[in-house]
Design a protein around this ligand. Sequence first.
Ligand SMILES: Cc1cc2nc3c(=O)[nH]c(=O)nc-3n(C[C@H](O)[C@H](O)[C@H](O)COP(=O)(O)OP(=O)(O)OC[C@H]3O[C@@H](n4cnc5c(N)ncnc54)[C@H](O)[C@@H]3O)c2cc1C
Length: 358
Amino acid sequence: MKNLVILGGGYGGTTLLHELLDHKIPADTQLILVDRMPFQGLKTEYYALAAGTSSDMELRVKFPVHPKLSMRYGEVTGINMDDKSISFAEGEPLEYDQLVIALGCVDNFHGVPGADTFTSTIQTFEATRETYRRVNNLPPQATVNIVGGGLSGIEIAAEIRESREDLHVRILDRGERLLSASPPRLSKYVQDWFKEHNVEIRNKINISRVEEDCVYNGPDERIPADITVWTAGIRPVPLVDELNVNQDNSGRVILDDLYRIPGRPEIFVCGDCASLPFAASAQAAEAQAEQIANVIVAGWKGEQPKVQPLKLKGTLGALGKHAGFGSGFGFGGKSSVTGRVPRLLKSGVLWMSRHHFG
Ligand SMILES: Cc1cc2nc3c(=O)[nH]c(=O)nc-3n(C[C@H](O)[C@H](O)[C@H](O)COP(=O)(O)OP(=O)(O)OC[C@H]3O[C@@H](n4cnc5c(N)ncnc54)[C@H](O)[C@@H]3O)c2cc1C
């Protein structure tokens, strides 16, 4: 029997799985999904779990059940490309014939001293639960520093504001405006929303170190906080860093035209671990997974594999449960939209993720 092993049941891994299960799987092939969790965690909503506005259960999606699919739950500790096997913290290694690496990312602390020790994070389900515990156990009027004014930082700041009106929430951002990659109109809407909801914004911040109860801007300015949440950049999981392969400046694996590691046609890399012409996103992971499925299915049928260019739709962000923003969708000729409509659209996208549509 040939093992097609998918490492990671997140946005990329589960999309790939659903696409493959829609086809007839060859009699001599079995699919094996590997994850540390027995369900998919909807990472795009981890900010709401951390704030306490969504429950743990709401962010879990069951994996599919199929006679040609088996699960291996556990912590992957090594990808051994030469002997084509995967090692685990516990139990026997798993051999593969084809492999898809879709293990996602971790925080990038950019070498800032103390950042990995003293900040809370929302990059894994487990870490998000811990952030939830810390944020929600804070005494009244405590202060939360959020480092990073991109999508995740904004969403968690807004959600904490909605969850805990008593807390002092402060966003520390490196750019001149929040969401610096988005149209200025959108940044202004978001900044105004925060002003109206009493969230402090500090721009042009350069964090030099983090301590238990503060961060430092430049060498001297101490910015105190009871908790600091880090949302200032990502990089692929360390297991991918350890591979002897070519990587781009963000540590993502450089791939051939069919999303395989050059010289290793049996290994695909998907999602946040893959060097794509876009910022890492669930949307990109899903779009790429569909194309990887086409390549694998073509192999099953003995056909020439082809991939279509990846097309992304745009970005939607939430400011609590009632307001939001979107850009890149070409909404009636506008480059961006704000208010209740994009928030409703975002809820619709989440609903589709939960039910594996789209
Ligand atoms: C707060 C927040 C908001 C976001 N909002 C958006 C958004 O609005 N739109 C958007 O497109 N993107 C958004 N993103 C980004 C998006 O979540 C990621 O780009 C997406 O999850 C990447 O998919 P993936 O399949 O590469 O990895 P993931 O979905 O992270 O899946 C990786 C899987 O691998 C498993 N895994 C990792 N390491 C191991 C190991 N050692 N052993 C076993 N299992 C392991 C994990 O448990 C996980 O199930 C957001 C991210 C965050 C944090």
